[in-house]
Design a binder for this molecule. Structure first.
Ligand code: FE2
Ligand code: FE2
Length: 247
């Protein structure tokens, strides 16, 4: 009896089964799992293809090839670069915070920062409408100095004021800091060649000077007198820690 040729349906099923097998092998090669002869062969083939024909894996198909020497060296160099960058950044921050930290107690340190801020106002006031770049650069410096100063006061000194019962003083100073940010915003958004620039700057300086007089002549001395030497020392440390964050 003659053997019948496989029907169209049977051929179709056979072709589908074969395709499924190929797909399984392909999926296995991408996941690296083992699951029979065909799967292992597929995984080995893919690994060999990735490594340019040489089997990179030392054992079963489930193990991935370790980083090549070049990749490992590059990762090592990048990690070393990040570490060097972090150390350099810590050194830079320490240098920025040093004048404040070396100035002494928290109140003396803040006084030194007030004086440095007034010098930046002096420099800005010598500029003309032609010095637009210089104005932008000095304004950037002023903004950074005031942001660091505000963080030190708002995160360390003003809470200590409230703790010592000077709630009204702390709230008043904090409100004045809000207008410091407003002046910075106004100046930043003003054309640097504007004839109104210096007038706004002088208004800002007057606001800062009033605020500084309140802190240095009245509010801070009262707080310092209330705190024990240990508490003053702790406040100095906390203030420097806050300053370091933005240094
Ligand atoms: Fe202040
Ligand atoms: Fe201040």
């Amino acid at each position: 009896m003659a053997t019948e040729a496989p029907s169209k349906t049977t051929r179709s099923r056979t072709t589908k089964a074969s395709a499924d097998k190929d797909n399984n092998a392909s999926r296995s090669s991408s996941t690296g799992s083992s699951g029979g002869t065909a799967t292992t062969a597929g995984a080995s083939g893919a690994t060999a293809a990735r490594s340019g024909g040489k089997p990179a894996s030392t054992g079963s198909a489930g193990k991935r090839a370790p980083f090549s020497g070049t990749t490992g060296a590059l990762i090592g160099a990048a990690a070393a670069g990040v570490a060097v960058g972090l150390v350099a950044n810590l050194g830079r921050k320490a240098a920025v915070q040093a004048p404040t930290a070396l100035a002494g107690n928290w109140d003396e340190a803040l006084k030194a920062e007030h004086a440095a801020t007034i010098k930046l106002f002096d420099a800005l006031e010598t500029t003309t409408e032609k010095n637009t770049t210089k104005r932008s650069m000095l304004l950037m410096q002023l903004k950074h100095a005031l942001a660091k100063h505000a963080l030190q006061e708002e995160n360390a000194v003003y809470p200590a004021l409230r703790e010592a019962g000077q709630v009204g003083d702390a709230d008043q100073l904090n409100g004045e800091h809000g207008y410091v940010k407003q002046y910075l915003y106004d100046l930043e958004n003003m054309p640097k060649e504007s004839p109104a620039f210096l007038a706004k700057l002088r208004e800002f300086r007057a606001h800062i000077e009033t605020h500084v007089r309140e802190e240095e002549d009245d509010i801070f001395p009262k707080l310092k007198a209330k705190l024990s030497p240990e508490k003053n020392k702790a406040l100095t440390a906390l203030m420097n820690k806050e300053g370091f964050k933005l240094a």
